[in-house]
Write a protein that binds this ligand. Sequence first.
Ligand code: KIV
Length: 275
Amino acid sequence: MSGTTTVAEVRARKGSAPPLVMVTAYDAPSARIASEAGVDLILVGDSVAMVVLGYADTLQVGVGEIAHHVGAVARARPEAVVVADLPWLSFHLSREDTVRNGATLIRAGAQAVKLEGGRKRIPMVTALLDAEIPVMGHLGLTPQSVHAMGGFKVQGRTDAAAAALLDDAIALSEAGVFALVLEGIPAPLAAQVTEAVPVPTIGIGAGPDCDGQVLVWHDLLGLEERLRPRFVRRYASLREVAVDALVAYGADVRERRFPSAAESYGAGAGPTTGS
Ligand code: KIV
């Protein structure tokens, strides 16, 4: 198991200050950085498909890929709770299949799984909880439904859609999810859901009134600059820093300024690595 923070502690933070901080991470160095920065939850999201693996949507990764990244994150032993995304089609076929896939992610090092969707997913949520696997829900702009939604579009904008989302949130919390991601919905609706459910809501593109916020690693740090959704705030420009560093490295190699004598080994006996 990785984190020292527990799912129960996250659940107990409902309504209390300060808000929960969640960030995605997909490998050990990122998990170490997130842990050092004191985040509460690390999400090994299926966004890995888009921001790391270069796909156009999240539908392209399966449980094996997510488990691979969960293992890397967990081996960094972050203090944060590690939540793993159940990818598309890993919780749609049967309760048994869902539990088996959830267990794969727990054995890889996650403390909880997240799944997208409302009331129709409750049998799967219950099956996971029956197998002692904590579940985080995810409503609103659920990227695994990109084709059904007709694109990555803000959800819950009509009265009917907002009411359905509120009902879904209440149903999921009654089923036993310990927290709920609200993605891409109007801020007043997120505030209403947050008021209505007894578990923490964690927003992304859902305004300031959720019990916590989540951002994708590459967006937050400015590693992914091709798209800039309105809800993203960039806290660094690491892509620029990396390009500048590689340009400097390239120039040093081409001008024979790298490596220096101090960065080279002499002849004869001596250490084969290190200084
Ligand atoms: O996969 C992911 O990164 C997510 C967040 C956007 C919540 O589900």
